[in-house]
Design a protein around this ligand. Sequence first.
Ligand code: 13P
Length: 252
Amino acid sequence: MRKIFIAGNWKMVNGAPAEAVALAKEVVNASGSQDNVEVAICPPATAIAAVCEATQGTNVQVGGQNLYPAENGAFTGEISPTFLLAVGCSHVILGHSERRTIFKESDAFINEKVKVALAHGLTPILCCGETDQEREQGVTEKVVETQIRGGLGGLRPDDVTKLVIAYEPVWAIGTGKTATPEDAQSVHAFIRTLLRDLTNDAVADGLRIQYGGSVKPDNAKELLSQPDIDGALVGGASLKADSFGAIIDAGK
Ligand code: 13P
């Protein structure tokens, strides 16, 4: 039985520690005692330490939105896995479509990040997803397969079991256009079959695959009731405790 995992990606919003802490505390209250739902929030780097402190001892975990695959050194502007760990992160989002498109991150580079995150005991949330053009061309599965094969390259099944995958169709991110539960389920099932090929039944059956892209309180329940949708990676709706809390409730 896979435990539903709801994560909030705050992107470049709430970077000031005071406002981030205020929202984090509201999320803690709104999420209540979520025995059967796992919850994480991923604030901007400047607010991670304060949010970790504010959520310590609660059920709300904290993740980074990115990392650089080295412990330290001459990498101006970057954040290392040890820094994320030092302030109390347990998770890190990797390969988000905004990083793939705006910052030109390749599957090989994302693979390095996944390996470094795992080596440090951080749980990667590895994102994948097609653009609207790719969906129209009928190459959704091919695109997702390339991203997952690339992102997981060289990993043993034991490693793969420690991560979370997020399927986020690019055309659904921040647009209000959600994939229908059936379309999302079809890609999630494809991903699970691919994982079965890449690893084994136990890993494929146990790994959580989140859906992301305009998840809102009014569509969360239907998405989360699909057999291969095991959670949500939420952008806009995670910036308000009431809507994020309602999405968490939908997963209970
Ligand atoms: P929205 O929920 O705002 O569409 O963002 C999804 C996302 O990119 C989460 O990583």
